[in-house]
Design a protein around this ligand. Structure first.
Ligand code: ATP
Ligand code: MG
Length: 246
């Protein structure tokens, strides 16, 4: 995907598409992941393929949540692993979070392929393979998590999560950060911090905010968390889409 000129008007969308295609070929991304990708592209197009100021504020609140957490966990699915493996590892390092693989269509082959892929991109430890705990209220396969991972987490970052699982995680009382380009999706709507932005831009942006806030005291981080309004962020993204003002 390196031969797409950086100033090409559809650069991000073409990069994304190629990475997802490669992910499917490598057994990392499911066929359903292709459909999710198409849906995401449509929303990114309508948002002008840019990070809205409200999404940047959400990324900053997400960074503050992750830095304040006792045990932050970043959930990784087949699309996230294909699109931003280096960036996920960098964020996990910056905030001291675990990476845990969690798949809508869980197969041992895909779990192993994604774990290898993340390790190839520098991850030291990858969770999700033990699957020795369950999230209440979900069917068997979707409920599987690690006891010392998502089950124990107080803050979870779930990029491109499906609505049922996002709701079940928030019902557990965990602070939930969702990255989702569709402000109307249930996942975005149940999030404490919905980041309505392409994961390609959102993960490095959260990392940049986390690095900038690395020396902030807890009071300042708590203030950033308290001042963030998820409903206002979703409304702002929806307004940007409806305005057609790219
Ligand atoms: P629900 O309303 O239950 O949340 P859904 O329509 O969100 O359902 P999926 O198709 O599984 O169900 O969701 C995929 C989501 O991921 C879509 O909202 C899509 O916009 C989003 N998405 C896809 N690619 C990206 C991406 N690169 N960055 C951010 N979000 C993305
Ligand atoms: Mg969704």
């Amino acid at each position: 995907d390196t031969d797409i000129p950086a100033d090409h008007p559809r650069h991000d969308s073409l990069v994304t598409r190629h990475r997802i295609e490669d992910g499917v070929e490598a057994g990392i991304t499911s066929k359903q992941g292709l459909i999710a990708e198409g849906r995401g592209e449509a929303f990114d197009y309508l948002l002008g393929e840019r990070t809205l100021p409200s999404a940047d504020a959400a990324a900053r609140a997400a960074a503050a949540h992750l830095l304040l957490a006792r045990h932050p966990v970043i959930s990784v699915n087949g699309n996230a692993a294909a699109l931003v493996p280096d960036e996920l590892v960098a964020l996990a390092d910056a905030v001291g979070a675990d990476l845990e693989i969690n798949l809508f269509n869980r197969t041992e082959e895909r779990m192993a392929a994604i774990a290898d892929h993340l390790r190839d991109h520098g991850a030291s430890e990858v969770k999700g393979l033990d699957a020795d705990a369950r999230i209440p209220g979900l069917d068997h396969e979707r409920a599987k998590v690690d006891a010392d991972g998502i089950a124990d987490a107080d803050v979870v970052l779930v990029p491109l999560e499906d609505g049922d699982r996002a709701a079940a995680l928030s019902d557990l009382g965990k602070a939930e950060i969702v990255i989702d380009l569709n402000p109307l999706s249930r996942s975005a709507q149940v999030a404490d911090v919905p980041v309505v932005d392409n994961i390609l831009r959102a993960i490095p942006n959260i990392t940049a905010h986390a690095r900038e806030l690395a020396d902030a005291d807890r009071d300042e981080l708590e203030r950033i968390v308290a001042e963030f309004d998820p409903t206002a962020a979703l409304d702002d993204a929806e307004r940007a889409i409806r305005s057609g003002d790219l």
